[in-house]
Design a binder for this molecule. Structure first.
Ligand code: SF4
Length: 511
């Protein structure tokens, strides 16, 4: 759609009318939008009283009311396979999140004080830090695993840029330093406000991704008071010497869960889930292959968000594998046709942790400047397949998967994994430049900023630095991020925008 910003209401960025993508794609998009509403309404009417109570009890619940707009933003400008892949990914995400919300809210003792039914359900719920992939608990098929911060913290930070502000303020009012990364600060703020649901029979914490996470685990522990087991994950995950320790940590975690749930770990179920996960991984490898061609079909925010979700939450889930196979068929068809439905002028690798408060940044870059983010750091981690031939080999595979979890794989492990891997992606995906997120609160990555620049100079490659603060829009806004790209494109590349209306507009009040 041309002049896209003219279709947005001033400041909120909300569309005045649905995007026109031609007859076929507009009809497809509208049908998928209706399917999304059907799923949301089905969920809302499943437990109407409980859901309304949750909206009044938890500030973060409000953000879920804006989900249809969020999915629209993250598919903006898409046509053909990109649109179909993105919409299908989002529907799977909706299924998994609404099922998870049902479990959490049905078990929540704050919503159901004294309820015997809720107490019974809680005996089966294993709470786990959102950075630990849920595949670890696949051997407990009778249990329900809840990634503790995913629903109250991580997803709201993507859905509504303002969701973080109140909770981060609470953390700072209680003495946490203001230069802590917004993710752990947000998590701590939710604990301080007593806004985590009261659920579960035990808790698995971890030292991932960084020191901020260790700090926030301690704050959360004081609030939930569950029997807790810290899963310690080695920092130098490339080294063979740490692998024995990493495996022992997984085994300790399994023993701890067995003790608190009274359930036995089922290794056959783990094997089944690992095989599904290997299938999901193979589909991902195929997607990367597609993106290495001249017709990269699967890029943008619907891609990286789905990858995070798949790696952490629906790893080993047969429904996710079925979706991947379906999406790959659609993508393969478009690549084989030799037609690209996007106006691609530049290919870029996006590196460093994404800006949750501007989840659709990729869509903007493509629509405004024709920059297609053919690969990005958050999409390319944890690439090893799990050998399912024995318990030992599965444990080694699980330990590797945990060590290379979202964000952790690159921000820890030494500068090689962060810097060298970036240039590997740059070359393999035939990129024109790097968009390097300068995440001002991520001190580990901040420490090696000079190495990025030095290596770019040595290679003669270009880097466009974009400031961001992960999920804190009050320090660096979406407009500030766009301004960094605009400056680079107009001064370094002398480029002309694809859509001039998208260069400067005000969406500070947008969700
Ligand atoms: S962005 Fe950096 S500082 Fe923030 S949670 Fe991730 S690794 Fe830690």
């Amino acid at each position: 759609m041309k002049n896209m910003a003219n279709n947005m209401q001033p400041k909120t960025g909300i569309y005045k009318f649905r995007e026109w993508r031609g007859i076929v794609d507009s009809a497809y998009d509208y049908a998928m939008w209706c399917r999304l509403w059907y799923k949301l309404l089905k969920w809302a009417l499943g437990h109407p009283v409980q859901n309304v109570k949750a909206i009044f009890r938890y500030r973060w619940m409000f953000n879920y009311l804006t989900v249809p707009s969020f999915f629209d933003r993250n598919c903006e400008g898409f046509r053909g396979a990109a649109l179909r892949g993105g919409r299908n990914n989002f529907l799977i995400l909706t299924d998994a999140v609404t099922a998870n919300l049902d479990t959490i809210l049905s078990a929540d003792m704050k919503l159901h004080p004294g309820s015997k039914k809720a107490m019974e359900l809680n005996k089966k719920i294993i709470c786990m830090d959102e950075l630990v992939p849920a595949l670890v608990t696949a051997g407990f098929p009778e249990a329900k695993t809840v990634l503790y911060q995913m629903i109250p913290v991580y997803l709201p930070s993507l859905i509504n840029q303002h969701s973080t502000t109140h909770y981060i303020t609470q953390s700072e009012l209680h003495g946490l330093p203001a230069d802590v990364c917004p993710l752990p600060s947000f998590e701590a703020g939710v604990a301080i406000e007593d806004d985590y649901p009261e659920i579960g029979c035990c808790m698995i914490t971890c030292n991932m991704p960084c020191d901020g996470s260790i700090m926030t685990s301690a704050v959360q522990d004081r609030r939930h008071g569950l029997p807790t087991h810290p899963l310690n994950v080695p920092l130098r995950w490339l080294q063979d010497e740490v692998q024995e320790y990493a495996i022992e940590e997984i085994l300790d975690t399994i023993r701890f869960i067995e003790k608190h749930t009274g359930m036995q770990y089922d290794w056959d179920k783990l094997k089944e889930a690992c095989e599904n996960w290997n299938g999901e991984q193979e589909c991902k490898f195929e997607k990367w292959e597609f993106n290495r061609t001249k017709y990269p079909p699967h890029t943008g925010s619907s891609t990286w968000m789905y990858r995070i979700f798949e790696h952490q939450a629906v790893c080993g889930d047969p429904r996710a594998l079925a979706n991947d196979k379906k999406v790959n068929k659609i993508l393969a068809k478009e690549v084989a046709s030799g037609k690209c439905k996007k106006d691609i002028r530049y290919r870029a690798v996006i590196w460093n942790t994404p800006a949750n408060n501007y989840a659709n940044f990729n869509n903007w870059a493509l629509n405004a400047w024709g920059i297609d983010s053919v690969i990005e750091m958050i999409d390319v981690h944890g690439t090893a397949l799990i050998d399912t031939s024995s318990r030992e080999s599965m444990l080694a595979g699980l330990a590797n998967m945990v060590q290379t979890a979202t964000m952790r794989a690159h921000t820890k492990g030494g500068y090689e994994v962060m810097v060298d891997d970036m240039w590997r992606c740059f070359d393999e995906f035939k990129c024109d430049f790097v968009i390097l997120f300068d995440q001002i609160s991520c001190k580990g990555v901040g420490a090696i900023n000079g190495l990025f620049e030095e290596s770019a100079r040595a290679r003669g490659s270009k880097i466009c630095k974009v400031r961001q603060d992960l999920m804190e829009p009050t320090s660096i806004s979406r407009r500030d991020m766009r301004a960094d790209v605009n400056t680079f494109m107009s001064t370094v590349l002398n480029a002309e925008p694809v859509d001039p209306t998208l260069i400067e507009f005000d969406d500070d009040e947008s969700w």
